[in-house]
Design a protein around this ligand. Structure first.
Ligand SMILES: Cc1cc2nc3c(=O)[nH]c(=O)nc-3n(C[C@H](O)[C@H](O)[C@H](O)COP(=O)(O)O)c2cc1C
Length: 373
């Protein structure tokens, strides 16, 4: 039985990557919301572009820019190359990186090297381990958490909240009962690593953000809608399995969730003591800057880095991230802010669908106007 579950997990992990590389899996009708956010251009920046400082501290570690490579994979042979490539890029650029769910390696230690390669390739980088919240209802306790963290000598551990993905998957683990209590218990008992609560593409509301803060998590990765859609990925998996019922369900929920920009604002509004990572459809350094000005402490990028990582192409992965950083610096220059602290207070015009959504949630978009420059 245990072997069957491990094999199922291994196949699923490789199918996720193969589908992500061969099919269109981005949100279609739902946008991340960043198109409704605009900075106020400053024609007199009063600073030299070369003096701009993008450094931040996240989860107790200093990064050269507010960017982490978001959790993607591990637990099947090819993942060793993918994770190793991403870790090398993270180390060279001094940014953070998350690994994919480590469940398979806890069940089968032969797969540990597909994760532990990250610490080998990135001895100094911020590394975030990963487990699924449903595992907490399937006997995953402190002993397993310790093993998970030790596997990559993680600086933090993400507990991913993926009810959408589990619900649209024929073999999904859908027991999320008492999940907040379980997370709270983990936060209370685990003193050897910081805990991050992480969505995977459907976003975190202000209400859930507040509850997670009360549980004691150190950070929330809001994992909003508008980027990779896991419902889309599962739709294609169901199609491969000729499971028409789940193919349809995956299709219907393709664009489900809270857009990344909205979720970032909501969680920033309802929490005061957690760090916020904004992930989901971050497709340029301008998006990074907008997410920070909306209230995030850092951003996460997954899909744009998958292809080079799959081919072991560290150079291209680095080039893509450097582009993000260059665009972030250019944005900061054009609004006249010299560091990330100032960027957090920059003025923003929020219009259109995002403004309407925020108003309906009793958040006045005007609170972001007239802040600086
Ligand atoms: C192939 C693939 C596998 C993923 N696996 C995981 C995972 O195991 N755990 C997790 O927390 N998130 C996982 N994610 C979600 C990402 O961390 C991220 O939240 C999501 O892809 C949105 O970012 P993006 O739009 O930049 O891709 C995965 C994403 C991709 C593309």
């Amino acid at each position: 039985m245990e072997d069957l579950i491990t094999n199922q997990t291994i196949n699923r992990k490789s199918e996720h990557v193969d589908i992500a590389l061969s099919e269109l899996i981005n949100a279609i009708s739902k946008e991340s919301g960043f198109n409704d956010v605009d900075f106020i251009h400053c024609a007199t920046p009063e600073l030299d572009l070369s003096d701009i400082d993008t450094r931040v501290t996240l989860l107790g570690r200093e990064l050269s820019a507010p960017i982490i490579i978001a959790a993607m994979t591990g637990g099947y042979p090819r993942a060793k190359l993918i994770n190793g490539t991403l870790a090398e890029a993270a180390e060279i650029l001094n940014i953070g990186m998350g690994v994919g769910s480590q469940r398979a390696a806890i069940q089968n230690p032969a797969l540990e090297n597909t994760f532990s390669i990250t610490r080998k390739k990135a001895p100094n980088a911020l590394l975030i381990g990963n487990i699924g919240a449903p595992q907490l209802n399937l006997g995953f306790g402190i002993k397993e958490i310790k093993k998970t963290v030790e596997m990559i000598n993680a600086d933090a551990l993400a507990i991913h909240l993926n009810p959408l993905q589990e619900a649209v998957q024929p073999e999904g683990d859908t027991n999320f009962s008492n999940i907040l209590e379980k997370i709270s218990e983990i936060c209370l008992k685990v003193d050897f690593v910081k805990i991050v609560a992480k969505e995977t593409g459907a976003g975190i509301s202000m209400e859930v953000g507040k509850k997670l803060e009360e549980c004691g998590v150190s950070a929330i990765d809001i994992g909003g809608a508008g980027g990779t859609s896991f419902s889309a990925v599962e739709k294609y998996r169901a199609k491969m399995q000729k499971n028409i019922v789940f193919e349809k369900i995956g299709e219907k929920f393709w664009d489900w969730g809270i857009p990344t920009a909205q979720s970032t604002v909501e969680v920033a509004a309802s929490t005061s003591n957690v760090e916020i990572i904004s992930t989901g459809g971050i497709r340029s350094g301008i998006d990074v800057a907008k997410a920070i000005a909306l209230g995030a402490d850092a951003t996460g990028i997954a899909y744009p880095l998958l292809k080079p990582a799959y081919g072991g192409d560290v150079g291209t992965a680095i080039k893509i991230i450097e582009e993000y950083i260059r665009e972030l610096r250019t944005t900061m220059f054009l609004i006249g802010v010299k560091n990330i602290e100032e960027l957090k207070k920059a003025s923003l015009l929020i219009t259109g669908n995002l403004a309407e959504r925020l108003r309906l949630r009793n958040i006045d978009p005007k609170r972001y106007v007239n802040r600086k420059c």
